[in-house]
Design a protein around this ligand. Structure first.
Ligand code: G3I
Length: 397
């Protein structure tokens, strides 16, 4: 039984210079009172410009992961994407299992529905992800395990067909996703060397990454080809080691003249982990020094269960980290920012029990609240895109 939708926090006139105790008491009272949430996606609370237009004013790109079925079934969801997202990325519809559920049987319906929805609104769509260890159909896992030759054939056939089908609509792909193993100390460590233990690695060795990029470049020389990964954004020993591993992989690919154009940093941030702007900026600059673009591809925030505060203090903490991360990334040269969803209630951080917040509350880690209305995280992104500072008391009004 899902907890009652939380009230939309963070938009009413916020307490100035709140002492935490006063804020908590005020927020608790607000929380108790505000059982009647604002109208969904209230236009008065979500006026133009949207985040994509604010980003574009400064030469930046903003977009978000999207679900085809919700674009069709939920008008408030579609309106929110129309307002806020300049780039779309299918949350599931462009993955191996969705596109080729049976060998040789391709299904592009969901992917092309997203592409068309975007085209009708002059929005672009990026592809995610050609080669990954997750969202793989059973037939592919079995085939890849048969032999290196079979695995290469499966990879080549998938990339060839998908890039051929989307040649005129998709110009930007996550070619390989999550190739680096999580070091000790990570949330989910993999004690299998520096490369993640996947069916592709077992079948083809570490060279599978190079193979995927070379096939993609051969099939379409004009694509932007991205290597995407996560767990490299925060100031922890595990993230430090994963940054080292990812940078080593990237430098090896560059030295081997592998056609790599960009690195995607997923940025599934966790507030209860430290963030160091200088450390993260140095990492982005090191990647850019290899001649690569750096994209933030899946930004969202998890609050952990340690943060007991209620709205809008929780929203302030999410906004504070969003602002620190985004402004640091912009300053280091990142120009593309994609969140992994726009509306809290549809976020994987709420629906995936592996990462959901405990205790009956939900993470509020994407720009719009349960009622599709902007909250402090939205305003933190807007201020970072505009190069504006937070309010002196750290709130994003
Ligand atoms: O399994 C059904 C499938 O049969 C059906 O055809 C399809 C129709 O949409 O739905 C499938 O259900 C689920 C799917 O999401 C669509 O909702 C899958 O069971 C479920 O595993 C899948 O989860 C997605 C997950 O990636 C695995 O692909 C999440 O929504 C998505 O948020 C998550 O996104 C990943 C990124 O790709 C990579 N970075 C981490 C991020 C979060 O895990």
């Amino acid at each position: 039984m899902r907890a009652a939708p939380p009230p939309s926090g963070g938009r009413r006139p916020l307490p100035r210079r709140p002492l935490l105790g006063v804020a908590l008491a005020g927020a608790a009272a607000a929380c108790a009172q505000a059982q009647t949430a604002e109208p969904r996606g209230n236009p008065a609370l979500n006026p133009p410009p949207g985040l994509w237009q604010i980003a574009r004013e400064r030469g930046l790109t903003f977009g978000s992961a999207v679900q085809a079925n919700l674009l069709n079934s939920d008008p408030f969801y579609a309106a929110a994407y129309e307002r806020e997202a300049g780039v779309l990325v299918p949350e599931y519809e462009a993955k191996f299992a969705a596109l080729q559920p049976e060998e040789g049987k391709f299904e592009f319906g969901g992917f092309e529905a997203i592409i068309r929805w975007g085209q009708n609104r002059a929005r672009t769509t990026r592809g995610h992800a050609l080669v990954w260890h997750n969202a793989m159909p059973d037939w592919a896992r079995a085939a890849i395990g048969e032999s290196a030759q079979r695995a290469r054939g499966v990879m080549e056939a998938h990339i060839t067909r998908v890039l051929g089908q989307t040649r005129n609509t998709i110009r930007d792909w996550d070619v390989v996703n999550e190739a680096v193993a999580n070091p000790p100390g990570s949330d989910v460590p993999q004690a299998t060397g520096e490369m993640r233990d996947t069916p592709w690695l077992r079948a083809l060795g570490p060279g599978y990454v190079e193979t995927a990029f070379r096939i993609a470049r051969e099939r379409d020389p004009t694509l932007r080809l991205t290597l995407n990964d996560y767990g490299v954004e925060e100031d922890t020993p595990a993230a430090t080691e994963k940054r080292r591993r990812l940078l080593a992989l990237v430098r090896g690919l560059i030295r081997a003249r592998v056609p790599l154009d960009a690195v995607g940093l997923q940025a599934h941030l966790q507030i209860d982990k430290p963030f160091s702007a200088p450390v993260f900026a140095e990492f982005v600059r090191a990647l850019r020094a290899e001649g690569l673009a750096v994209l933030v591809t899946e930004l969202d925030l998890r609050e952990g269960s340690t943060i007991a505060a209620e709205y809008p203090e929780r929203d302030r903490l999410v906004a504070e980290r969003t602002y620190a991360f985004t402004s640091t990334a912009i300053e280091a040269g990142v120009r593309t920012f994609l969140t992994w969803g726009l509306i809290d209630k549809y976020s994987w951080t709420v629906t995936d029990t592996g990462v959901a917040r405990q205790g009956g509350t939900h993470h509020r880690g994407v720009p719009l609240d349960w009622e599709y209305n902007r909250k402090q995280m939205w305003r933190a992104l807007a201020r970072a895109f505009r190069g504006e500072r937070p309010d002196p008391d750290g709130w994003f009004r």
